[in-house]
Ligand binder design. Structure first.
Ligand code: DOR
Ligand code: ZN
Ligand code: ZN
Length: 451
């Protein structure tokens, strides 16, 4: 099977190509990248006006398989990922049972091999059953192909146990993906601790809930030398601490989720559980610090924390509904609309934060469009304007605050190992894209573009 991608705007952080090229894919590999390729292929994709990036990588996804498959399965989650432009996703281990040994890692990997062309990498838990009492079998999970360990959903509150896990992870050559939340400081919080919380009559989650664990985890990484990756950073102080740690040469990287750089607590319209996630939406100053942190390359990665829940669960009162929103099918559009269009990120930085840097965090040979590499490729029309509609989602989860939001940036094709995992032109449920002729430019956020 060969594919020729014509006239795309190739944006490749690895080779630093940033211009119009054709790409020829053959036998699962990138055969040629050249200004013009005349060789006929089995399939030709016209990528005129589109970004052609190395396949996007999401370091933070909840697939709910095994055990919670009414929320999402490996198959539906992978289909959502392909629809969203991702060729590699890292699944978090807070399933039922928790992924805490090599057999459970293998279960997910085998299931993925049977149902999707994209790469599903299963992270292992840090502790058995995520109980925080004894370590999971980190070494054997790493041998079975777990690309990282993570206790996501919570923090390992026992610092001595966490330090031991970090030492083992370092030995195994895998990073620790850290969810930073001091459980003793949460005190029943539902949204950010501020004036809006008071208006809603809810309990708050203060910035310190995140910040004290970010500080601790950076210090433990400094001591152990493990590669520490901070998940879903939401506060201005997290950005500051990451900046300081990097200056000191500590092996720390950090991610920001689209909801945290798009919405602030001021945007919460009422007690709607689609605005409930952990960490919560923060203040406008925090949002601005996250945007500036991404722009300045202090924050390395954009990940989704895709957290599907059922309609029934999310229709409970906000105090009882579970934390989390879906993100795989809105991430590209939010990144383009909120960061690239206003000039906060260049398209090259987008490719770095959504593909090249995540590959570096995991130490995997991806995130590149160099000749000879595996053909993981994402094609995106950055100008296509449409309205996000959850009925187009492949995910079983429809829990998002972005339903009805007007955006730009549409995934046209997702190619994984040279196989077409998603093709918009062959799609049964395409978005109604506004014809380019009548598309009005989205309001530019001048203050931010100049910042
Ligand atoms: O909002 C969240 N949802 N945050 C988490 O840490 C866990 C996740 C989930 O598993 O639903
Ligand atoms: Zn988390
Ligand atoms: Zn998560």
């Amino acid at each position: 099977m060969s594919i020729r991608i014509k006239n795309g705007h190739v944006i490749d952080p690895d080779t630093r190509k940033d211009g119009i090229y054709d790409i020829l894919v053959e036998d699962g590999l990138i055969k040629t990248v050249a200004p013009s390729i005349e060789t006929e292929a089995d399939q030709t994709i016209d990528a005129s006006g589109c970004y052609v990036m190395p396949g996007l990588i999401d370091l933070h996804v909840h697939l709910r398989d095994p055990g919670l498959t009414y929320k999402e399965t490996v198959e539906t989650g992978a289909a959502a990922a392909a629809h969203g432009g991702f060729t590699t996703i890292v699944a978090m281990p807070n399933t039922k049972p928790v992924i805490d040994d090599e057999h459970k890692v293998a279960f997910v990997h085998n299931k993925a091999r049977g149902c999707t062309p994209i790469h599903v990498l299963q992270a292992g838990a840090v502790t058995r059953g995520q109980k925080g009492e004894e370590l999971a079998d980190i070494e054997n999970m790493a041998k079975a192909g777990a690309p990282a360990i993570s206790e996501d959903g919570k923090s390992v509150m026992n610092s001595a146990l966490y330090r031991k896990a970090m030492r083992i992870a370092k030995e195994c050559g895998i990073p620790v993906l850290a969810h930073c939340e001091d459980i003793n400081l949460v005190e029943g919080g539902v949204v950010n601790a501020d004036e809006n919380m008071k208006k809603l009559g809810l309990k708050g989650i203060s910035n310190a809930v995140e910040d004290v664990i970010v500080a601790r985890d950076i210090l433990l990484a400094k001591e152990t030398g493990v590669k520490l990756h901070l998940c879903h950073c939401s506060t201005a102080d997290s950005v500051k601490m990451v900046e300081e740690a990097k200056k000191e040469g500590i092996a720390v990287t950090a991610e920001v989720c689209p909801h945290h750089f798009t919405l602030s607590t001021d945007d919460i319209p009422g007690p709607d559980p689609n605005y409930k996630m952990n960490p919560p939406l923060r203040s406008r100053q925090d949002v601005e610090a996250l945007r500036q942190g991404l722009k300045a390359d202090i924050m390395d990665v954009i990940s989704t924390d895709h957290a599907p829940h059922s309609a029934e669960e999310k229709s409970r009162p906000i105090t009882e509904a579970p934390f989390g929103i879906v993100g795989l099918e809105t991430s590209v559009a939010l990144t383009i609309t909120e960061l690239v269009e206003p000039g906060i990120l260049t398209p090259m930085q987008m490719a770095e934060k959504m593909s090249y840097n995540p590959a570096k965090v995991l130490g995997i040979d991806k995130g590149s469009l160099a000749e000879g590499k595996a053909a993981d490729i994402t094609i995106i029309d950055p100008e296509a304007e449409y309205v996000i509609d959850t009925s187009a989602f492949r995910s079983l989860g429809k829990n998002t605050p972005f339903h009805g939001k007007k955006v730009r940036g549409l995934v046209k094709a997702t190619i994984s190992d040279g196989q077409i995992a998603y093709l918009e032109s062959a799609d049964r449920r395409p978005y109604a894209v506004r014809p380019k002729a009548d598309a009005k430019p989205l309001p530019k956020k001048q203050e931010e573009a100049q910042a």
